[in-house]
Write a protein that binds this ligand. Structure first.
Ligand SMILES: Nc1ncnc2c1ncn2[C@@H]1O[C@H](COP(=O)(O)OP(=O)(O)OP(=O)(O)O)[C@@H](O)[C@H]1O
Ligand SMILES: [Mg+2]
Length: 469
């Protein structure tokens, strides 16, 4: 499996992720900016309208509430009214003017007696409608300047004036938009980071996988979850790497067989005959020695060792020689029964589940007999205590033979290796049995697979054509 880097390390090393990140965060920043400007623009308009209405209603309240007090020359009440309104922090100035524009009462003491000469006041004194305008005061602050006439029946007796600041409204809005914008931007950075990682990581993993292939490590795989194209690509690449691995394994096995073939030709010439002679002589010596001879136990050992050597040489030659098939009509069910009868001394019970409709096939009886026997012996050797072996046949357009056992099973990482010559996990094994089985099956244009779960058991499945081409 391709190893994981920390997300920060990947960000710093992956050009692709940085490019994605800049692209996404730039896009989000532009969007946030655009939305903020639009919101600011429309909200300002709305808020200005609200401020305008508020300034008007405050000036109107001042005008109506101060009417009686003006008529009664009750300046204390007027002043109290103005003082209570001044508590609104946005009100910059409140004043009540007489008909000439002179200040009768105001929130700033120095305004009393002062005559308003500004254009709005001049206009307001000669009209009976409500007036207002947006302007900047001396300190550059934007304000709504409002003027409302005060009438006693039809008689104009004064004008109410309020200057209401808009600045706080602007500032409040700007602050809110900046806060929301900043929050949105930070969230967008985090999301962009994650999003760019989610796109670039699988691509980086695929690149790493390609590098591993380049180094000849076909067992490398990647894990990209999900149903999208990248997940699909990862699954296809993993399948491809498994196939490549099998091909490489097969290539190694075939090369081993070739080497074995060359090597065994030396054995044929140089070792086979001396070993046979050795075996024969040892056997003769062993027979001649009296049973009570102290040398008898050594001669027994020599005979056994010579037997083993001869057996090993013969089996190696069997695999190494190019397989020449002596094809006859073979009833596989009968062949299996024969194997089972011949090894009935094995302690493991063998069950047969044979298809009565199984057709006869064109095959080499001796070779298939050896192959099935090897599988059954392996199955028996894999069962330590109690267990069973099952042999099943199925017939249709080709025939299937399954040899299953409830033995120790084969570790997953060894499944592809068990057919290699000389691969053995047994102390006294030569690793020649399955190599021979595979050779026989291939010589019949068949296929052999193995399925195994450690601790549960193993099944070897052979498919053979009815007639090899
Ligand atoms: N049915 C099985 N259950 C578990 N492991 C198996 C089974 N068949 C084969 N193996 C494993 O595959 C290896 C190779 O088997 P193979 O028959 O080629 O060699 P061997 O049995 O070790 O030696 P040999 O058959 O030459 O005496 C075995 O050592 C064993 O670890
Ligand atoms: Mg074996």
């Amino acid at each position: 499996m391709i190893t994981e880097d920390s997300s920060l390390k990947r960000f710093l090393t992956s050009k692709l992720q940085r490019r994605f990140f800049l692209y996404f965060s730039g896009l989000v920043l532009m969007t946030v900016l655009f939305i903020s400007v639009a919101v600011y623009h429309f909200q300002t308009k709305m808020l200005l309208k609200q401020v305008q209405n508020k300034a008007f209603s405050l000036t109107s309240i001042l005008a109506y509430s101060s009417l009686n007090a003006i008529l009664l020359d009750d300046y204390i009440t007027i002043q109290m009214l103005i003082d209570s309104m001044s508590e609104d922090p946005n009100i910059r100035s409140i004043a009540i003017l007489d008909t000439s524009g002179r200040v009768i009462a105001a929130n700033q003491l120095d305004l009393r007696g002062y005559r308003y000469e500004d254009p709005l006041t001049k206009k307001a004194l000669h009209t009976d409608i409500f007036l207002h305008q947006k302007e900047k005061n001396a300190s550059g602050e934007e304000i709504w300047d409002t003027a409302v006439p005060i009438y006693n029946l039809d008689k104009r007796i004064g004008t109410a004036r309020i200057k209401y600041s808009i600045e706080d409204t602007y500032k409040g809005l700007l602050r809110t938009i900046l806060l929301i914008g900043l929050f949105a931007f930070v969230i967008s950075l985090v999301l962009s980071f994650r999003f760019s990682a989610s796109i670039s990581k699988p691509i980086a993993d695929v690149v790493k996988l390609a590098e591993e292939y380049g180094k000849g490590n076909f067992s490398a795989s990647i894990d990209i979850p999900g149903d999208d194209e990248l997940g699909h690509l990862a699954r296809e690449l993993n399948k491809l790497s498994r196939k490549l691995q099998v091909l490489v394994e097969e290539k190694i096995a075939n090369e081993n067989l070739i080497v074995l073939g060359e090597f065994s030709s030396y054995i044929i010439h140089d070792l086979k005959n001396p070993i046979s002679g050795l075996h024969l002589l040892a056997d003769g010596l062993h027979r001649k020695l009296p049973d009570d001879s102290p040398l008898k136990k050594y001669s027994t050992e020599i005979v056994l060792a010579a037997q083993k050597l001869e057996d090993f040489t013969r089996r190696t030659l069997d695999i190494a020689r190019s397989a020449k098939l002596y094809v006859t009509a073979v009833n596989i069910n009968e062949l299996i029964k024969q194997v089972v009868a011949d090894i009935k001394e094995l302690s493991t019970p063998i069950f047969m589940n044979l298809d009565p409709e199984l057709p006869e096939i064109q095959a080499d009886h001796r070779m298939l007999y050896m192959a099935i026997k090897n599988l059954v012996i392996n199955a028996h050797e894999a069962i330590e205590n109690k267990g069973k072996i099952t042999i099943q046949t199925i017939g249709n357009d080709h025939i299937t033979i399954k040899v299953s056992d409830t033995g120790s099973g084969i570790p997953q990482d060894r499944l592809a290796t068990v057919f290699r010559p000389f691969f053995s996990m047994k102390d006294s094994g030569h690793g020649l049995g399955l190599a021979m089985v595979k050779k026989v099956v291939i010589a019949h244009q068949g296929k052999i697979n193995v399925e195994s779960t450690e601790g549960e058991g193993t099944t070897f499945i052979i498919h053979l054509p009815i007639t090899p081409i």
